[in-house]
Design a protein. Structure first.
Length: 252
C-alpha cells in the first residue's frame, strides 16, 4: 500500500484524535517504533499520554512508509543540525541523503498532527490555552503580536492560534524555542510574516488550535485528512487505504 508523494508547493496534513481510554478496539504495534521511541513511550507516567505518544509515532511511521513504499521498521529517523548552534538537535529528518520527504509531528491533549511535504515543514497543535497562559506568555511575543493580543482582549482561541503559527514556523526552521519568540512576527497579517514561509491555520475542532508552516512557496495547497485510530492497530496494515478520508483542502 502506497500514497502519492505531495507535489511541490503542497503538503498533506494528518489529524489523529485519540479515543477515550478504554474504548480502543485494537492494540498498537509498538515493534514498529525504534528503541528510543519505545523508551520514551515507557517514561510517560499517565496512560493517556503514553497512548497519545505511541499512536502519534506509530502513525508517523506508517504514513512515511506508505509514501516511501517501505516497512515502518526500516525507517531511520534523525535530527538535522540546529541553525542556532549547529548541534544535531534541529528538525527531525529521515536519515537518508536522498529522502524525498520532509515531515513534522506535534501532539497535545488527545490530538496529534502530522505534516508530510517535499520541502521543510513544521506543524503544531495545542489545546486552547487558559487565560492564565495567555497572560503569562504574551510578554514574550513580538511587539506587534502583543498589540494584537491586547486588541483581542486576550482572547484564548486567537492567542492559541497565534502560538501554533509561531511554533510551527520555529519547528520548520529547526530552531524550536531556541530562537526568541519576540524575533519573528506570525500574527494576523499574513503580509508581515516571514517571506520565505507560508503559514496556514488548520481547523481541528473546538478544543484545539493548529497550524502548519511550509518553506519556499508563494502559494501553498494543503490537504487535511483524518487518520483513524484503527489504521494503527496490529495486523491491520491495509486499513489506511480505507480510512483516508479527506477532511478539507486549504489554499493560501
Amino acid at each position: 500500500m502506497t500514497l502519492p508523494i505531495p507535489p511541490q508547493r503542497s503538503a498533506d496534513l494528518w489529524i489523529l484524535r485519540q479515543p477515550p481510554l478504554g474504548t480502543c478496539t485494537g492494540e498498537l504495534d509498538l515493534t514498529e517504533l525504534d528503541a528510543a521511541e519505545q523508551s520514551r513511550a515507557g517514561t510517560c507516567r499517565r496512560e493517556a499520554g503514553r497512548l497519545l505518544y505511541s499512536s502519534a509515532h506509530v502513525g508517523l511511521r506508517r504514513l512515511l512508509s506508505a509514501y516511501l513504499g517501505t516497512d515502518p521498521r526500516s525507517l531511520r529517523l534523525g535530527r538535522d543540525t540546529c541553525p542556532c548552534c549547529d548541534e544535531p538537535h534541529g528538525r527531525p529528518v529521515l536519515d537518508s541523503p536522498d529522502a524525498p520527504l520532509h515531515f513534522s509531528l506535534s501532539h497535545s491533549n488527545g490530538m496529534a498532527l502530522i505534516g508530510i511535504a517535499p520541502v521543510p515543514i513544521g506543524v503544531d497543535v495545542e489545546k486552547v490555552p487558559t487565560a492564565e497562559t495567555v497572560r503569562v506568555c504574551t510578554p514574550a511575543l513580538h511587539p506587534r503580536e502583543q498589540g494584537e493580543v491586547a486588541a483581542e482582549r486576550q482572547d484564548a482561541v486567537a492567542f492559541g492560534q497565534l502560538w501554533t503559527r509561531k511554533e510551527a514556523y520555529l519547528k520548520g526552521l529547526g530552531t524550536g524555542l531556541g530562537r526568541p519568540l519576540s524575533v519573528d512576527y506570525l500574527g494576523a497579517d499574513p503580509t508581515l510574516r516571514p517571506a520565505a514561509w507560508k503559514v496556514i491555520d488548520v481547523p481541528c475542532g473546538p478544543q484545539h488550535v493548529a497550524a502548519a508552516a511550509l518553506y519556499g512557496t508563494a502559494r501553498a495547497r494543503v490537504r487535511v485528512h483524518w487518520l483513524a485510530m484503527e489504521c494503527l492497530y496490529k495486523h491491520n496494515p491495509e486499513a489506511l487505504d480505507h480510512e483516508r478520508s479527506l477532511l478539507t483542502e486549504l489554499a493560501a
